[in-house]
Design a protein around this ligand. Sequence first.
Ligand code: PLP
Length: 295
Amino acid sequence: MGPDIAYLNGDLQPLAQTRISPLDYGFLYGYGLFETMRAYGGRVFLLDTHLERLYHSAEALEFPPIPSAGELSGAVTQVLAANGLKEARIRLTVSLGEGDMVPNPATCKNPSVLVTARQYTPISRETYARGYSTILSTVRRDSASVLSRLKTCNYLGGLLARQEARRAGADEAVVLNEKGMLAECSASNLFLVTDDLLYTPTVESGLLPGITRQTVVEIAGQLGIAVKVEELSPEALEKADEAFVTNSIMEIMPLTSYEGALVGEGKPGPVTLRLMAAYSRLVATGSTGLHACER
Ligand SMILES: Cc1ncc(COP(=O)(O)O)c(C=O)c1O
């Protein structure tokens, strides 16, 4: 492992000595936001899009001004360089910062900015070829809550769902909303393929609008695959020909079993494989090599 240098509020320092105030509202109340990003060959994929989501979320949570995009991307670059990382998993956390002991967000004047990064070894080819097994979580997303749509440090729902998956020996947990419709997974967005159409739940279903989700929708358009963003029931997953989950770290992961039953043929399907290949091309070259007209 490398030197493990973190960035906190303008300074690079050894992570082991990096300290946040015990009165930081991120710690006390989960009042914070984060972005998890992947660097390929030293370049952070879609960094600007991650920062846009962060600023949008900070506004929704009524944060005081946070450092500029130039400063935040500079912090990320510095952490990669200080740790000598090229293939990395990066976490940028912005919390509300220190405030009064009596809960009062107005007393927090200086948000804390923390950047950490670690070497990232991709998930094995065998796992992508086998696909993820999933269970249905008992955790529900509240489709009416803005919190379901933000990547906040209040991440308990996701962690509890993830633990349920681990206990069941599964790779991921599918999370429904309070109406019993599909929302997403513990730490990823969900897609289904049925009759060659690509389906994904609406943001209003109560999910984090993932950057990989959006990228997949765009790639599908370029490949001529029709995308339907709809309310979806768990039965749609049970009956799907193919399914997959997405996030910035694992990209596109086939979902091959759900609640002990195979999804489709129980192996990565043709549409999923096409999207995976196009995503890899986008990462490697900045383009899928296709345009909407080349169908
Ligand atoms: C709950 C949840 N949904 C979806 C995603 C995927 O988001 P992105 O594609 O922006 O990484 C994540 C990412 O970690 C997540 O935690």
